[in-house]
Design a protein around this ligand. Structure first.
Ligand code: PLP
Length: 392
């Protein structure tokens, strides 16, 4: 165990520092061990890790000094934009993660409309609530239909003269649900309000599923009412941590959040953060160039096959799934109380899963770092735990 101490008087030798770092590293879970079954982040490929190290000093708030990194960011946005059908006049930037991307979207929406209510589904990621809190916006919750999608008729009823925007999910955190964005788009156009699509998780999955013939409801810029989309390279995009993405339908939308920064090479900033860790931009670029459509399709297909397999095994135990997973998030229904006990038992066996609340589930996310062997081993332990608790 490392002691937390005050800053030491004298520096210590690198090998001593390394030893301390190793101790800390060994206390963490690592994706390669396959024990973390709920994270939406991942283990990036070597080329992305190398890119991250190479660009470790870059800071895109000073983009004129970092012209090369700035070019990479434009390329990443253009690649993400192309899978989400963005237009010539569209734009975007890489953020520290999905949370900052969602905050940026609501910041733009508030400043364009000067209104202060945001309608969001009750199963939104908590970052949307964080965004409302920071920006002084009132979250107005809309309930879900039987498929755990936002009830768009309720959204329509809740729109009023104070509504600034509606938030929809394209792959929500709890179950990977896509909200009825087409209907919401029409409603938002009619009421002249903005529509943000949180595709932080789904933005790097559904376009590839659509390409190989899955019937994916449209949720991107092909719908005229969609004004902003968040989509994270550091999730299924396989970048290193610190790469969220925000795309805006029209570059002019940025005008409302421009803040002067006279002492930097860029005289105006549109980022929530000042200095921007930009190594992850290079990593996102490296991953996207490495994979291309073909690589992502292969990866998504494999994760979908694994998801289907885990669902089949779970159904064979007579357990109930919340929904047939739209992508790679599996929600197994359990009563609260029982569910917490199972989670603790799993943790004792070194398996880390999480919970969903709409409905109450044990939640598992199949990501590229989970091998067939990891999943078999998990399923065996899961079944044993359930038997011991006499739940089977
Ligand atoms: N939106 C959705 C749908 C998410 O699933 C997440 C995180 O899992 C976020 C936003 C927030 O992303 P981050 O953790 O990168 O801030």
């Amino acid at each position: 165990m490392l002691n937390v101490t005050l800053l030491n008087e004298h520096g210590i030798p690198p090998n001593a520092v390394q030893k301390e770092l190793n101790t800390a590293y060994e206390r963490d879970y690592h994706f390669k061990d396959g024990r973390v079954l709920y994270s939406m982040c991942n283990s990036p490929p070597e080329i992305a890790k190398k890119a991250h190290i190479k660009f470790i000093e870059a800071n895109l708030s000073d983009a004129k000094i970092y012209e090369g990194t700035s070019h990479l960011e434009k390329c990443v946005i253009s690649m993400v934009g192309s899978i989400l059908h963005y237009k010539n006049e569209s734009s975007g930037h890489i953020t520290s993660g999905g949370t900052e991307a969602n905050i940026t979207s609501l910041w733009i929406s508030r400043n364009i409309t000067h209104k202060r209510e945001v309608i969001l589904p009750v199963n939104s990621h908590y970052s949307v609530v964080t965004a409302c809190d920071i920006l002084g916006l009132k979250p107005v919750y809309a309930n879900l239909n039987s498929q755990y999608q936002i009830d768009y008729t309720e959204v329509e009823r809740k729109i009023n003269k104070n509504t600034c925007c509606v938030v929809a999910n394209a792959g929500n955190t709890e179950l990977g649900i896509i909200d009825p964005v087409k209907e919401l788009s029409a409603i938002c156009i009619e009421n002249k309000i903005l529509l943000h699509v949180d595709a932080c998780y789904g933005g790097f999955i559904f376009p590839f599923m659509e390409k190989i013939g899955y019937n994916i409801p449209t949720f991107d810029f092909r719908l005229d009412g969609v004004t902003t989309i968040s989509c994270d390279p550091h999730k299924f995009g396989r970048s290193t941590m610190g790469a969220g993405g925000i795309l805006v339908r029209n570059e002019k939308m940025y005008d409302v959040i421009k803040i002067p920064s006279p002492y930097l090479s860029l005289r105006e900033q549109t980022s929530v953060t000042g200095g921007r860790c930009s190594a992850s931009v290079a990593a996102a670029y490296a991953s996207m160039r490495k994979f291309g459509w073909e690589g992502y399709i292969k990866m998504v297909k494999l994760c979908l096959r694994k998801t289907e397999y885990v669902c089949k095994r779970i159904s064979e135990l007579d357990l109930e799934l919340a929904v047939k997973p739209p992508a790679t998030v599996i929600g197994i229904k359990f009563r609260a109380g029982v569910r917490e006990k199972i989670i603790v038992d799993l943790q004792k066996n070194n398996w880390i899963v999480s919970k969903g609340e709409h409905p109450q589930t044990i939640r598992i996310v199949i990501m590229p770092h989970l091998s067939w062997k990891h999943l078999e081993s998990f399923l065996a332990d899961f079944e044993n735990i359930l038997k011991k608790r006499k739940l089977l």
